[in-house]
Design a protein around this ligand. Structure first.
Ligand SMILES: Nc1ncnc2c1ncn2[C@@H]1O[C@H](COP(=O)(O)OP(=O)(O)OP(=O)(O)O)[C@@H](O)[C@H]1O
Ligand SMILES: [Mg+2]
Length: 231
């Protein structure tokens, strides 16, 4: 069994896109794969198929039902805000110990490869004391860090890598996912990040107009993850 925590430098960067692509790719190869998105904010059951758990369930080839959503994403909030703020709008809080327990149980129960999508970026607050960083640190899974290629990404990426390094969190792969209307060519952005993070395993995903064009890129990413798993 191998499990990965999928995080990003921020929201809307491509965590679900990358996770769903990896899930589809592994399924096509006949491998056993699971996905989790324990916390989702901005969730609307009437548009469940478009939500992160909905997208992940479809990638898994499973029906999108209130039950399947609840299993994949037990902590759902309506407000499209950080989890602590979204929970407060509903007079709720996320019990960090419960969250960690839920994830550990699912990781133990999973037979194949499990991808656990975080929420927002590396240091989004979950409650008044914990951020996603504490969650990742507690679970100890290797991390897939998704970043963009927009102007500003180099600093955001290096900052995230430094924070992860200081907490002793292993990077399985840094995925530079091409942002829409990037100021600099993807290749130059990658070269620049490589200069400052020479030991980091890096893969890239180009911006796709349709899904399915990226088979080779997802295959390369999986290959990199497998190298990590065997280390
Ligand atoms: N390489 C890509 N090519 C085409 N579209 C992409 C690509 N990466 C991401 N997208 C699209 O960009 C949008 C944001 O991506 P995604 O939902 O994966 O971000 P996220 O990091 O999971 O966001 P959140 O923080 O809300 O969970 C989605 O509509 C997704 O389909
Ligand atoms: Mg997402």
């Amino acid at each position: 069994m191998s499990a990965y925590f999928v995080t990003a430098t921020g929201t809307d960067i491509g965590k679900t896109f990358v996770t769903a692509g990896l899930v589809r790719h592994l399924r096509t190869a006949g491998k056993s794969v699971a996905a989790l998105k324990p916390i989702v904010s901005g969730f609307d059951m009437t548009e469940a198929a478009l939500s992160d758990p909905g997208v992940l369930l479809q990638a898994l080839g499973e029906p999108v039902t209130p039950q399947s959503i609840a299993k994949l994403s037990p902590w759902r909030f309506e407000a499209p805000l950080s989890p602590d703020m979204a929970a407060a709008r509903e007079n709720r809080t996320i019990d960090f110990a419960e969250l960690v327990k839920f994830c550990r149980n699912e990781i133990t129960a999973s037979a194949g490869t499990l991808f656990l999508e975080g929420v927002g970026g590396v240091m989004v607050p979950l409650d008044e004391r914990h951020t996603v960083l504490d969650w990742m640190s507690e679970l100890g899974l290797p991390v897939i860090l998704v970043t963009g290629s927009y102007l500003g990404t180099i600093s955001h990426t290096l900052t995230a890598l430094e924070v992860l390094r200081r907490r002793g969190i292993a990077i399985a792969s840094l995925v530079i996912n091409e942002s829409p209307q990037s100021a600099a060519p993807l290749s130059e952005t990658i070269e620049s990040i490589k200069r400052f993070a020479p030991d980091c395993p890096i893969t890239m995903l180009s911006r796709m107009v349709q899904t399915g064009l990226s088979e080779k890129e997802f295959a390369d990413l999986l290959w990199m993850l497998e190298q990590h798993a065997f280390r």
